[in-house]
Structure formats: C-alpha cells, structure tokens
Design a protein around this ligand. Sequence first.
Ligand code: HEM
Length: 459
Amino acid sequence: TGLRPVRSPREIPTLDHTPQIPDTNPVEYFAELSKQFPEGIFSMDIAGQENVFVYDPDLVTEVCDETRFGKPIFPPLSHVRDYAGAGLFTAHDDEEVWGMAHRILMPAFSQRAMKGYFGQMLEIAQNLVGKWERKQGQTVKVTDDYTRLTLDTIALSGFGYRFDSFGKEELHPFLQALLEALVESMRRSQELPMMTKLRTADDKKYRENIQLMRELVESVIKERRRGKSGGEDDLLGLMMEAVDPETGRRLDDDNVRDQVLTFLIAGHETTSGLLSFATYSLMRNPHVLAQAYAEVDRMLPGDTVPSYDTIMKLDVIPRVLEETLRLWAPIPQIMKAPLEDTVIGGRYHLEQGTKTNLLMFPTHTHPKAWERPLEFDIDRWLPDNRAQHHPHAYKPFGNGRRACIGRQFALTEARLALALVLQKFKFSDTTDYQMDVREALTRKPGDFELVVRTRQEHE
Ligand code: HEM
C-alpha cells in the first residue's frame, strides 16, 4: 500500500519524547520542530500517549472535516475541566449539556447582541484610555492593562459584574489564580500522573486557586439572585433562566457555575493577547501604523466618541487584527481526534482517538498557502485577496461546531479598543522590546511595556 509512517523527531520510536519538551512554551517548541518535517505532519510520544502534529493546509483540511474528526478532551483540556467542568470549552462533543448550552447561548453572540454590549464595551475602553492619560509620558504595562480591559468587559457585558480593575494597582487575585491554574494544567499534561501526585505542595496550591476562582463565580451568581446586577438577556440571564428549545430544560446550578467561569476565562485571555500582539505588530510596522492612524483620524476625528456603526465600518483596524491573528494566534494549537481509524493525505494512518494537534503558526505561515509568510501584510485581507486564500490555512478561532462562540464579541471589543487607543495615543518603545512569548494554554507577550503620550500633546 502507499501508507507511510508519520515521522518522529527521534530515531527510536519506542522512547517517550517527554524529557525533550521544555517546561515553558511547549507549543513554540513544536512549531520549531515542524521545520524538520516539511511533509506537514510529525508525531511524538508525550506522557505515554502518541501526539500527531499537523500543519500542511491540505492535511488540516482533512482534520477539519467534522464527519471524520471531533474535539477530544485530553490533557491539558481534561485538567482544565478541574475548574471549567462541563462548560462549553471543555465539554465533550457528545455531552448533552454541550448542545443545551450552545443552543441557549448562541443568541447572546449574534450580531444584534453585539450592539447591545457596545455601551459596556465603550465604558471599559474609556477606563483604559483614562488610565493611560493619567500615565502621560510614563511607561505602561501594555498586556496587563489589556487584560484589565478584556476581563472587565466580559464581566460587565456578560454578567453585569464590575471588577473595576482600572481603579486598582494590582491585577485582580482571580487573574493570578487563573494563570497559576492554567500553568499547572499544562504541566500536568506533560508528565505521568504519578509525577503529579508527588508534587503535593503544587497540588495544594492548585486546589486553593480553583477554590478562589469558584468563590468569585459564586459571588457573581449571588449578586444576580439578589437582583443587584445586569439584565435578563445577558449571558448570565440566559444561563440561569433560558430553556433549551430542544430538551425543554434549563442548565443546572453546577453547570451555570462552570459556564460563568468558562466565559470569564475564555472571554478575556485571548482578546488581551490579540490586542497586545496587535499593538506590538503596529510598533514594528510603521507604514501599517500610519494607515491605522489615518483611518482613525478620518472616521473618528478629534474626540469623536465611536458609535457601534462607525466601529463596524472600520477597514484598516479589522485587517490589522486578522493579520495579527495569523502571525500571533493567541491559542497556538487545538486538538482533534479521528472518530474512526482513518488515513489522511492518502498515506498517513491514524487510529481512532489519536491526539491530532493542529499547530496554528506553522499552518498560518505554510508556504503552500501564504506568500511571504512571515511578512505582516494587512493587504492579504482585502476582499479580492481574501477570496484567493487556501480555505483551511487560517484557524485562529478553531473549527466547525466547536469553533469560538465569542468571535464577534472579541473582534468588536478589539476593534473598539484599538480605535480608541489610536485616536488618543502615540507610543514609544524606549526599551526596544524583544518579543518574549509566554504560553499558558493561550499565549501573550511577557513584560511588554511602552511609553504613552497623548497625541495632541505630542504633535
Ligand atoms: C472556543 C479562540 C475570544 C469563548 C475557541 C476556540 C478557539 C478560540 C481557537 C476553539 C478551541 C478548541 O477547539 O479547543 C479565540 C480567540 C479569541 C477568542 C483567538 C480572541 C481573539 C473569545 C471570547 C469568548 C470566547 C471573547 C467569550 C465571550 C469561547 C468559548 C469556546 C471558544 C465558550 C468554546 C466553544 C465550544 O466548544 O462550544 N476560542 N477565542 N472566546 N471560545 Fe474563543
């Protein structure tokens, strides 16, 4: 037959590859390894399980065929279930509550719903601007402030809950707990369970962090029960009250708790990364930055307060975001698994259930699909050029029914935040920041700082 083995980075295929995977930034390491396998697929044994990595756009196309591949909940996602439970992100494909929650929450992510959140998105974006105006001429921690923005935005528009992160010097304790829990989930996915058991102090900390996050969620829900927050048709209102049209049932209390935590996590981590990487990319591409400023000055002259309609009419800023998601996808890999034994590319045999990881960066820069792949070129996203793209070489929001439910929310929020920031500020990169990616399930630039000045003052 024409079948070929999937190649591995080491010659002795029986030995586990775990020891060679670095503790930090494993996905960056996989992306680096991919260069050794131009066929667009390789395999490694990690913590006793075979992991296949795929990034040739035609192989990715097959892996994105939902009649053949599903989303499995293996490590690290099975560990994230320790706190996100059967929330949308970590539910199994065939878990009934996934379908129920998906049907109940879909209306909250329609385009019409975005218009409803706009007031809250604007309020929080103005808090960010206010903070940076007070920091005139000083260094700001860009990624931390975008994290304040995205966390406050999802909490306010989704749950009517105020973190008030911009009023505080320190990041909210929820964020520290989350970061530590995510790192621990990643770590557990790269070691045998026996090793995890030996790290008793880490396990204790992990439980404490989960407890802290759950307590916050309980207080969000309690406020609503007391009638002190938000409306009936925001996310929390739907989670607590709406009836699934198919089963006629509501989500139970445990699931509501898991969904709230899921949305607090999924709803902020990634968008904060996107905004940070977009700001970085603009700093490194002055000609694109100039186009973005020109757009903002045309559409939002002076101190014009952006309206929803203006934000939806932007052209340059959305293309900056799309190109940023190509080169700096905040979720650097997603996992799929064949529903039955199958063959991809006409030659690679995959057994049912094999962990099949789709690597974003190697796919998003694959020479088969992208010209000058490493160049930050927003013109790729002009309508005529977009029509020529390989259909499966760009997956920043995942694939199929398990793709991101919050895509429009993220893009609306990020467009607005970037537009306001560019309307008000000039940045200077006085420390010549060197990109230092930090992975914790999602990835963000570490210690990214810039000096901010208001534009009027500066010009
Ligand atoms: C799923 C990316 C923002 C909520 C996903 C997946 C990706 C992704 C790749 C699929 C994960 C997988 O296959 O395992 C992103 C990016 C974002 C973003 C790049 C920002 C730039 C958001 C926001 C929300 C959100 C703002 C909520 C308001 C979710 C949820 C899922 C999901 C609930 C699970 C969907 C399901 O399986 O039913 N996201 N996301 N995301 N995202 Fe996002």
